[in-house]
Write a protein that binds this ligand. Structure first.
Ligand code: SAH
Length: 294
C-alpha cells in the first residue's frame, strides 16, 4: 500500500484538512477518522482489491481510506452525506479518474452495483446499512463497526445479543471477525472499541423468498423474549380486529410453540416459517405478515 507512509502523515492530513474546511468533526454524523496506518493497511490488504473490482465506500470523510481504495480498483464509488466533505473529496480525489462521489445518505439513496464494499461505517447507520447491503449481490465486504454491534453477528441463540441482525446475517452471509480496533486509532477517538469484519454472501440455496422471511423475523423479534405461541396468538388477535380471521387451531401442530423467540436457531426459524406459511395459505399468510398493523 503506497497511499500513506505512516500514522503521523495521515494525522497531519486529517488536521490540515479539517483546518482548511474550518470544521470540527460532527459526532452526530459519526465523523471519527481512521488515522492508524497499520489498521488502514490491514483493512485494505484484507480487501484484496484488483482491477476488476467496483468498490463502494460508505462515508468517505477526508479520503484517508478512499485514496488507498482508488489506487487498486477499477472503479470507486464514495457515498458521503456531508456537503463540505463532498466538496473536499472532489478536489482531493480529482487525480483519480476512476472515482465517483455520490452526495447523499447511504441508507436512502439507491446504491450502485459493486463487487466489494470497504468502509469505516458511521456507527449510527450500522443497522439499516447492514440490512441494506445484505440485499445486494457482492463478493466481499470489509467493514468497521462499533464492537458491540459487530458482536451481534456472532451471537448464539438464547444470548442477549441474539437479534434480528444475527438471524439475517447468518441466513445471507458468512461473516468472520477479523480484528478489534482501539479508540486511539481514530481522530477524534470514539468512546467505544471497534471491530473489523469480513462478509461474503452465501449462495441463495434456500428455496424461499428472503424479503418475506425478513418481514416474519422482524415481526417475531420485536417481541423476542416472548414464546412463539404468545407472539402468534397476539398477531392473530390483532388481525381479527381488521377482519382477517385466522383460526388459532392452525397453530396447534406447529413446532416450538413454547420456546422463546430468541432461543430459536436459524434452522428452527426457517422451519417454522415454512410450516406456518403452508398451513395458512398464500392469502392469509400475506395478511398475517403485513406490517401496517402497529
Ligand atoms: N472513511 C473515513 C471516514 C469515516 S467517518 C475514514 O476512514 O477516515 C464516517 C463518515 O461517514 C463521515 O465522513 C460522515 O460524514 C459520513 N456519513 C455519516 N452518515 C452518513 C450517511 N448516512 N451516508 C453517507 N455518509 C455518511
Amino acid at each position: 500500500m503506497d497511499c500513506w507512509n505512516s500514522s503521523s502523515v495521515i494525522k497531519k492530513h486529517v488536521f490540515d484538512s479539517l483546518r482548511k474546511m474550518d470544521m470540527t468533526p460532527s459526532r452526530h454524523k459519526g465523523q471519527n477518522f481512521l488515522v492508524d496506518y497499520h489498521i488502514l493497511h490491514y483493512q485494505v490488504e484484507q480487501a484484496e482489491i484488483n482491477q476488476k473490482d467496483i468498490v463502494l465506500e460508505i462515508g468517505g470523510g477526508i479520503g484517508n481510506l478512499s485514496k488507498c481504495l482508488a489506487q487498486d480498483a477499477k472503479k470507486l464509488y464514495i457515498v458521503e452525506t456531508d456537503r463540505r466533505m463532498v466538496g473536499f473529496l472532489q478536489e482531493f480525489m480529482s487525480s483519480y479518474s476512476n472515482t465517483e462521489i455520490l452526495h447523499g445518505d447511504a441508507v436512502k439513496i439507491e446504491l450502485p452495483k459493486f463487487t466489494k464494499c470497504i468502509s469505516n461505517l458511521p456507527y449510527q447507520i450500522s443497522s439499516p446499512i447492514t440490512f441494506k447491503l445484505l440485499e445486494h449481490d457482492f463478493e466481499l465486504a470489509i467493514l468497521m463497526y462499533q464492537r458491540e454491534f459487530a458482536q451481534r453477528f456472532f451471537a448464539s441463540p438464547g444470548t442477549r445479543d441474539y437479534s434480528r441482525i444475527s438471524v439475517m446475517m447468518n441466513l445471507k452471509a458468512n461473516c468472520i471477525y477479523l480484528k478489534t480496533v482501539k479508540p486511539s486509532s481514530f481522530f477524534p477517538a470514539p468512546k467505544v472499541f471497534s471491530s473489523i469484519v469480513s462478509i461474503t454472501k452465501k449462495e441463495d440455496t434456500l428455496n424461499f423468498n428472503h424479503d418475506d422471511f425478513g418481514r416474519f423475523i422482524t415481526l417475531l423479534f420485536t417481541q423476542k423474549k416472548k414464546t412463539v405461541r404468545s407472539v402468534l396468538v397476539n398477531l392473530i388477535k390483532r388481525k381479527s380486529k381488521q377482519n382477517v380471521q385466522i383460526k388459532k387451531e392452525v397453530l396447534e401442530e406447529l413446532s416450538y410453540l413454547e420456546r422463546r423467540i430468541f432461543s430459536l436457531t436459524l434452522d428452527e426459524l426457517t422451519k417454522m416459517y415454512s410450516d406456518l406459511k403452508a398451513k395458512l395459505g398464500e392469502e392469509l399468510w400475506l395478511n398475517m405478515i403485513s406490517l401496517n398493523t402497529r
